[in-house]
Design a protein around this ligand. Structure first.
Ligand code: GTP
Ligand code: MG
Length: 463
């Protein structure tokens, strides 16, 4: 009897298979098989060339057959020999006809040879374990798949290319150098040798702290690029919020009527503009109301406002301001704090000629299309204002990476403070080693099953 651990290990080493393309009807579907005996397993149900004998990176036409030797489908099998494959293991990619049932049948035929059905992200998990990529690169693969805007794809590509990893490795090296200096001092402690070069050590730590902080600062932009800019449209009933939402996305997503109080619940719509994703949120018009449903809607408008990355307040220009409305705008402006706030005058086509005594950022007409393009550009500009962004720069987009960087920086800072206070090397060394661990958790040099499971469970099956 094998013990549990051994069994588990064998299970982990078994070849795996999964459908790598989305379920549905298409020209082709791809079934991926990976593992030590992937070639033998596929070969057992493949009629064509002997796949165990063909060179790596070659494609072969043949048939997958069932236990009665009857054809399941005509396929192309692409062979990748270890370690030159995505997972680093022997891999076969079988392209079959893209029908739901036929694809399932090909997969089942492969599984019947004793291959295990892959779990979500298991191919990439294996790629990580086999040293084909760092953990942050594996995460970038999922980010590319889930990306909802071109900028999010770009950011993920930077990470996949290893640019984040390069920074992390550089930080780690700097801290290792600092640790070496500290520990050198430890060796001489009996002889009461002061740090050979305390200033040099201080400079090293201050530099690395500043560099980690500079990278951390990109997170605000990274988050917007990856998750989208939560853009909340608020204002009084009938201000034209739903009309603007429909105009921006180019379809009638929200109901528009001339009845004040039409929108009752918040409506979220994804809108891509020049590669950036905006999560537009239409809200119920703000007013005091006895209607229970509408009152709940207004509450939700407030909540959406509080969570916004960008606030667009709409004021109907065909009606002059009530004093209450003027107050309301001021309050919202103040409450927005650091969140960009844009004041838009709507219905410019029927604007009432009046002395507004209020600076509108822009006056638009959804009806005539006036200034809509300027508004789009303004939304993008304001969303990224005060944010570090240039297309080629590396962005931290994951909260996991942000948290680890932050903790690492705090540990470096603790070492800096310790050094200032004249603490002994053994204390400083503890801080620096903790910083190294945090940085190592980003690239996966230091990790645990719990982190890995939570990362790879985000993947789809077949990736
Ligand atoms: N003339 C003109 N009318 C507009 C314009 N934009 C919206 N309207 C009209 O204003 C009315 C209200 O528009 P909505 O988009 O429903 O306003 P809302 O702010 O969503 O209103 P609630 O959902 O009730 O809070 C509708 O009759 C629209 O057709 C515009 O640019 N010009
Ligand atoms: Mg509405």
């Amino acid at each position: 009897m094998k013990n549990n651990n051994e069994q588990e290990l064998m299970e982990q080493k078994r070849s795996i298979a999964a459908i790598a393309t989305p379920v549905g009807e298409g020209g082709i579907a791809v079934i991926r098989v990976s593992g030590k005996d992937a070639f033998e397993k596929v070969n057992a149900v493949f009629r064509g060339k002997d796949l165990t004998q063909v060179p790596s990176h070659t494609v072969h036409f043949g048939k997958i057959v069932d236990e009665n030797n009857l054809p399941v489908d005509e396929v192309l099998a692409t062979v990748f020999k270890s370690p030159r494959s995505y997972t680093g293991e022997n891999t076969v990619e079988i392209s079959c006809h893209g029908g739901v049932l036929v694809t399932q049948k090909v997969l089942e035929t492969i599984l019947e040879t004793g291959v295990k059905a892959a779990e979500a992200g298991e191919f990439t998990h294996r790629a990580f374990l086999n040293g084909k990529m760092d953990l942050d690169q594996a995460e970038a693969v999922a980010d590319i798949i889930h990306a909802k805007s071109i900028k999010a794809v770009d950011a993920a590509h930077q990470q996949l290319e290893g640019r984040l990893g390069q920074h992390i490795k550089q930080f780690r090296q700097q801290i290792i150098d600092a640790t070496a200096m500290v520990e050198l001092e430890l060796d001489f402690i009996e002889e009461d040798v002061e740090f050979a070069n305390k200033e040099q050590l201080m400079k090293l730590l201050v530099d690395v702290s500043a560099e980690i902080n500079a990278l951390l600062e990109t997170y605000e932009t990274g988050r917007l690029v990856k998750d989208g800019v939560k853009t909340v449209l608020i204002g009084r009933p009938n201000a034209g919020k739903s009309t603007l939402l429909n105009t921006l996305v180019g379809s009638d997503r929200a109901i528009v009527t001339d009845i004040a109080g039409t929108t009752r619940d918040t409506i979220d719509v994804d809108w891509n503009y020049e590669g950036l994703l905006f999560k537009l949120i239409d809200t119920a018009g703000l007013r005091e109301t006895d209607d229970i449903v509408e009152a709940e809607g207004v509450k939700r408008s407030q909540k959406a406002f509080e969570q916004a990355d960008l606030v667009v307040y709409l004021k109907d220009l065909s009606h002059s301001f009530t004093p209450q409305e003027r107050e309301e705008i001021k309050t919202f402006q103040q409450r927005a704090g650091e969140t960009p706030f844009i004041l838009i005058g709507t219905k410019a086509d029927i604007e009432q000629k009046t002395e507004w005594r209020t600076e509108f950022d822009l006056k638009i007409s959804a009806l005539s299309g006036d200034a809509i393009n300027t508004l789009k550009a303004t939304l993008k500009e304001r969303a990224l204002e005060n944010k570090h962004y240039d297309a080629s720069s590396l962005l931290v987009t994951s909260s996991r990476h942000r948290d680890a960087l932050k903790k690492a920086e705090e540990q470096v800072q603790a070492a800096i403070n310790g050094l200032k206070l004249g603490m002994t090397g053994d204390f400083l060394s503890i801080d620096l080693r903790a910083a190294l661990n945090e940085l190592g958790s980003i690239t996966g040099e230091i990790t645990n099953e719990h982190i890995l499971d939570s990362i790879f469970s985000r993947f789809c099956i077949g990736k």
